[in-house]
Structures are given as structure tokens and as C-alpha cells.
Design a protein around this ligand. Structure first.
Ligand code: AMP
Length: 215
């Protein structure tokens, strides 16, 4: 199965993506993770990405499309695909459609997990992670045993530069303005679009997603 997973920042895409990809034997490609890895590599491209990403702005279409097209082209043929965070503009959606058509493996569904802005801001600004093992915590909902220390490796927890309130508000506005039209684009082109309320507990959201994809 090949699907696109969409939703505003903080809707729980990352969590759901990992679970769904495992359940349906799909490769999980997160554009945010791929771009963060490039940014962290110290390359010239990485330095350019940093300016956009730290400000919560979208990286230009041509750059993202090139990076994601390489990742899609390198996929093993015997696995499905779950795209997370890509496409985020209609132009990216069109480029992806063209590539998948050429590869003769079109998308089968677009899954949208949505949550209202106020709870999203609370979710994201409290998010912390361990720089060593990648574990995710929350200052309110998922606290470590010792404040600001990873339970597993005791490292000091960090906050993503784009998880501050000002940047989160900008990222949400960008999502509503530039990414929501991608949902309309898919609906207009006859794609199967599944919309799920992401405000429930993560396990409940997973159950709904599973049921929708099996149906
Ligand atoms: P995410 O982890 O998905 O929230 O992505 C983090 C940041 O990476 C975004 O705020 C953008 O700056 C950049 N980014 C990720 N995916 C895309 C995309 N498809 N198009 C443009 N920029 C992206």
C-alpha cells in the first residue's frame, strides 16, 4: 500500500506513521527527518535548509522535490510506502504524482489527521526529546522521572528550535495556507482521502486509522 499522511504539526503524524508503517509493511519516509539529517550533516545544502526550518518556513519546492524524489526512487519494490510531511504544497503533490505515475505505482490513499490549533500549540511547545536516544517527552503529558533528564540515558532533554510558540504559530499558519489546499487537490483529482480526528488518545487514533485503511 502507498499512502500520504497529512496533518498539521503536532497532530501526531510521527507517532501514527511509525505504527501504521509497521502494521502494513511500508517504508516510512518523513521529509522533516530527511531534511533534519541533511541540515545536521554540515553540508552547504544543510546550511541553506537551516534558515527555513528554524523559522518554521517551508523549504522551496524544487529542493524538497529533488531530495524526496531520490528517496522514493530508492525504495525496495516489495514494500509499501508511507509519506509523512510530503507533499506540503500543491506543486509538490503534482511532482509526486508525476514520479509515481512514471514508476507505475500510484498512491492508494491520502490520510489526514487533524486537530484544532489551540491543543496543537500546547502539544508542540511542551515537546522535548533526548539528543542521544531520540526518546520523546512532554513537559505536561509525558514527564521524565527526573526533570529534564532522559529516563534511559540521563542526557539533558532538548527542544527543537522550531517548537517555540512563535514559530509554532507560523508553522500552523503555513499549514493552513499552503498545505490544506493539497487535500482539495487530491479530492479534485479523485484520490481516496480519509480524514481522521486526531484529538483522541494515540491508541484510539491508531485504531481508527487501521480500520479506515483496511476498509
Ligand atoms: P516537520 O518535522 O514535518 O514538522 O518538518 C520540519 C520542517 O522541515 C518544516 O517546518 C519545514 O521547514 C521543513 N519541511 C519538511 N517537509 C517539508 C516539505 N514537504 N516542504 C517544505 N518544507 C518541508
Amino acid at each position: 500500500m502507498r499512502i500520504v499522511l497529512m496533518g498539521p504539526p503536532g497532530a501526531g503524524k510521527g507517532t501514527q506513521a511509525k505504527r501504521v508503517a509497521e502494521m502494513f509493511n511500508m517504508v516510512h519516509l518523513s521529509s522533516g527527518d530527511i531534511l533534519r539529517a541533511e541540515r545536521g550533516s554540515g553540508s552547504e545544502l544543510g546550511r541553506r535548509l537551516k534558515t527555513y526550518m528554524d523559522a518554521g518556513e517551508l523549504v522551496p519546492d524544487a529542493t524538497v522535490v529533488e531530495i524526496m524524489a531520490k528517496a522514493v526512487a530508492a525504495l525496495p519494490a516489495d514494500k509499501g510506502l508511507l509519506l509523512d510531511g510530503f507533499p506540503r504544497t500543491v506543486a509538490q503533490g503534482q511532482a509526486l504524482d508525476a514520479q509515481l505515475k512514471q514508476l507505475n505505482c500510484p498512491l492508494q490513499a491520502v490520510l489526514v489527521i487533524d486537530v484544532e490549533d489551540a491543543p496543537l500549540i500546547k502539544r508542540i511547545t511542551g515537546r522535548r526529546s533526548c539528543p542521544d536516544c531520540g526518546r520523546i517527552y512532554h513537559t505536561e503529558y509525558l514527564r521524565p522521572a527526573v526533570e529534564n533528564r532522559c529516563d534511559a540515558c540521563k542526557a539533558s532533554l532538548t527542544q527543537r528550535a522550531d517548537d517555540t510558540e512563535k514559530v509554532v504559530r507560523d508553522r500552523l499558519a503555513t499549514y493552513r495556507r499552503q498545505t490544506q489546499p493539497v487535500i482539495a487537490y487530491y479530492k479534485d483529482s479523485g484520490q481516496r482521502v480519509i480524514e481522521i480526528d486526531g484529538s483522541a488518545e494515540p491508541d484510539e487514533v491508531t485504531a481508527r486509522v487501521k480500520q479506515a485503511l483496511q476498509g
